[in-house]
Design a protein. Structure first.
Length: 111
């Protein structure tokens, strides 16, 4: 039975981590700017989710947001916004920055 008070109960944060909101905001910004169509975004996310399911990934938040990142990578590559080499170099730079950043401090890239 539907209980209206349950619909109003606090549910906690909408996102487990700030980067999750940022990833979805990036997808939205790309669509709004015309860098990707809503259909291209939807197709890329759907393909990433189907691939995760096919390889037996758990149906959880971590898998979902890994698929969001994979879809962002696919859409940016398909739009010619980032080459695979550029993406690999940026990923390596972030991984290096992450490893040298003290625990609890924000991760930043050097210019």
């Amino acid at each position: 039975m539907f209980r209206p008070e349950a619909a109003l109960a606090p549910r906690g944060p909408a996102f487990g981590e700030p980067w999750q909101a940022q990833a979805l905001a990036l997808a939205d910004a790309m669509v709004r700017a015309g860098a990707a169509t809503p259909e291209a975004w939807s197709a890329a996310l759907g393909a990433a989710l189907r691939a995760a399911e096919a390889r037996g990934a758990p149906d959880d938040e971590a898998t979902y947001y890994a698929c969001v990142v994979a879809a962002l990578e696919a859409v940016t590559a398909d739009a010619g916004l980032v080459t695979p080499a550029e993406r690999a170099a940026r990923r390596a730079a972030w991984e290096d920055a992450y490893r040298r950043t003290p625990h609890g401090a924000p991760v930043t890239l050097e210019p």
